[in-house]
Design a protein around this ligand. Sequence first.
Ligand code: CA
Length: 156
Amino acid sequence: MNYLGRLDVEMLTPSLEDYLEEVYRFSLTTENIRVTDLSNKLAVSMPSVSKALMRLKEKEYILYQPYGAIELTNKGKKLGSFLVERNRLLQDFLFLICARCDIAAEAEAMEHYLSKETIEALQALVKYIKNKPELYHEFQMYMKDEARRTIPLLDE
Ligand code: CA
């Protein structure tokens, strides 16, 4: 599947992107998305969630009334699915390059700041690597050499 299709990514703030991403994620497993679920998942207060939901509603990504159901519009589903796939792609990428970091946290930090062009290039790279197991194995061996992981400026 192509993660991006021809979607034109509208600029949302990183915070609103995360709200929409989580709403979409919840929509995959439940019919009743609740403000408390989002509040718990994103570790933010209920009023903050309500405020963000009103913004997403203004921008026509969701249908929502305070204390009522949260529903994604088609536009919301489209962008929400992109945001979830983008996060998954970055986690795949970090895993493939053998990054020794907290992959989920790192993907979370990176995702909002990469251009669509960079995401597309990373998507192609991940797909390319996945189709070349021997080449990838060679890369993994290469990365086993600890010397390759040092950044001279930081080690001085
Ligand atoms: Ca996110």
